[in-house]
Design a protein around this ligand. Structure first.
Ligand code: DC
Length: 227
């Protein structure tokens, strides 16, 4: 697999398990820095959604790769949500449910699927167009291995499930079980598993509110980059 050139100097990666706060934290940090932002999970969620719409067998790696390569869908950046379009229709509302997270986790195990999404994820960083905050599972290890600042967020399982269950109006137990399944699958897969890059700052968000985490992470970035 190709890696991007080491001249990348304005990329921050934020990785971590399901519902560790990556999305809210990375989006707000990007806003404060005036940088672009991408939630790379949107690529896997969007692909899973589109594949299901097309009645693709998600257990068939090549069939999912064919959908990944098809021009019917695309990911677009925006400061609020990473958007997914299918046939030019905005389907973003469909992709962020926990159920789609499970389908995304399933297809994200396939090496060929990951390889085919990688370049599009890297293209989210445009040299000369300001910085990028990239959030996901393998942003610090695979997508942007040369990023000058890497963060790894962790949170206790219960607080993560409570957070997501509240957002979706679902039971905490059901949500916790789904997140645990995903985390197990995401951390044990062979290709680009959820993993802390050894140089990443480890931030445990269990007992912090969003603003505290954002302040802390912003501080780490400004200190590391001297900005
Ligand atoms: O971050 P998220 O919940 O939106 O991600 C949904 C799924 O996509 C996640 O369970 C695994 C997969 N994913 C991945 O494999 N690599 C990434 N960089 C981001 C997400």
């Amino acid at each position: 697999m190709k890696t991007e050139k080491p001249e990348i100097d304005r990329v921050v990666t934020i990785d971590g398990p399901a519902a560790s706060g990556k999305t809210s934290v990375s989006r707000e940090v990007a806003r404060r820095l005036g940088w672009r932002w991408v939630s790379t999970g949107a690529f896997y969620r969007g692909l899973a959604f589109v594949a299901r719409q097309l009645h693709t067998d998600l257990k068939n790696e090549q069939a999912v790769v064919d959908v990944a390569l098809s021009p019917v869908w695309e990911v677009r950046l925006s400061p609020e949500r990473t958007l997914v379009f299918m046939n030019d229709e905005d389907v973003t509302d469909e992709i962020y449910r926990e159920e789609m997270g499970e389908y995304a986790s399933l297809i994200s195990q396939y090496p060929k699927v990951r390889a085919n999404l990688l370049e599009a994820q890297r293209r989210c960083y445009k040299k000369g167009a300001g910085g990028l905050v990239a959030e996901g599972r393998d942003c610090g290890t695979v997508v942007f291995p040369h990023a000058p600042v890497k963060i790894y967020l962790e949170a206790a399982t219960v607080s993560r499930a409570e957070r997501r269950a509240l957002e979706e109006g679902k039971s905490v137990d059901e949500t916790r079980a789904s997140q645990a399944r995903r985390d197990r699958q995401d951390s044990t897969r062979k290709t680009a598993p959820l993993q802390r890059a050894k140089e990443a700052h480890l931030v445990d968000t269990s007992d912090m509110n969003l603003e505290e985490v954002v302040d802390y992470v912003e501080g780490l970035i400004r200190k590391d980059l001297k900005i």
